[in-house]
Design a protein around this ligand. Structure first.
Ligand code: 4FV
Length: 241
């Protein structure tokens, strides 16, 4: 997977996408992340990337030309068109299903907006998909881009050291993850559920499934109502009532 990020703050990606799991995935060549400073594609001596909006109003709008020319630089040597995503509060909400769909792609360009947003004409010309990380307004699209890259990269085979850990986690198959425990057995008088020390893997899996169902029902009824419960699931939930 290749990510190209169009941004006016390329440096802020270095630490977050250069560390830990994502950093190691880049070193292993599982993902490539390139940042492109939109300011490098401005044509005036002040390197303007934004200007006042036509029609008046507060704030500034990012100009089309520097963005478009940065895009041209990315695709110059390509014989295909990468998938172009604009991070925006108006986009479709990023969820695990969309993450997994994006992880199937080979090359994604991410445009990070600032100020009031981006000139509509560059969106019309370039953008394949608008994606939001939540219904709130941020100062820039850089954090959303990092969130997307983190979530999508985790879904790429080989990025997580233990493939199973991806299979079990929250929001996989629409369920929240079960409670996790590690040593010590007794922490401030709170003990680990004994089932987890039983060594009986079938019973442990059953306990975990039940905990996931209960958590999803209680914490995220919106997700729970979409589940197609098996007869076994219904029995597990009925045990509590
Ligand atoms: C955002 C979001 C977001 C809006 C104005 C950047 C900012 C500025 N992006 N999910 N929520 N973007 O708030 O993706 O251009």
């Amino acid at each position: 997977m290749r990510f190209d990020i169009l941004t006016i703050f390329p440096d802020i990606f270095d630490v977050v996408l250069g560390s830990s799991i994502i950093g190691r995935a880049r070193e292993k060549g599982l993902i490539t992340v390139n940042t492109w400073n939109i300011r490098d594609y401005t044509k005036d001596k002040h390197k303007k990337t934004d200007d006042y909006p036509y029609g008046g109003g507060s704030g500034l709008v990012m100009m089309a030309q520097p963005i478009y020319d940065a895009y041209e630089a990315v695709v110059r040597d390509l014989d295909y068109k990468p998938h172009f995503i604009y991070m925006s509060p108006q986009g479709k909400l990023l969820d695990q299903k969309l993450v997994e769909q994006l992880a199937e792609r080979r090359h994604i360009i991410l445009l990070c907006g600032h100020y009031e947003g981006v000139d509509e004409r560059v969106l019309e010309k370039l953008v394949d998909e608008e994606i939001s990380i939540g219904d709130y307004v941020l100062t820039g699209g850089e954090l959303p881009a990092m969130v997307l890259i983190d979530a999508v990269s985790r879904a790429i085979p080989g990025v997580l050291s233990n493939e199973d850990s991806y299979a079990d986690e929250s929001h996989k198959n629409g369920l929240l993850e079960y409670p996790q425990y590690t040593r010590p057995y007794d922490f401030m008088g709170m003990k680990v559920p004994d089932i987890l020390l039983s060594g009986h893997h079938a019973n442990i899996e059953k306990w975990r499934r039940k905990q996931s169902l209960i958590r999803t029902r209680d914490k995220r009824p919106d997700l729970f109502e979409k589940l197609e419960l098996s007869e076994e699931d219904k029995k597990l939930l009925a045990e509590d009532t």
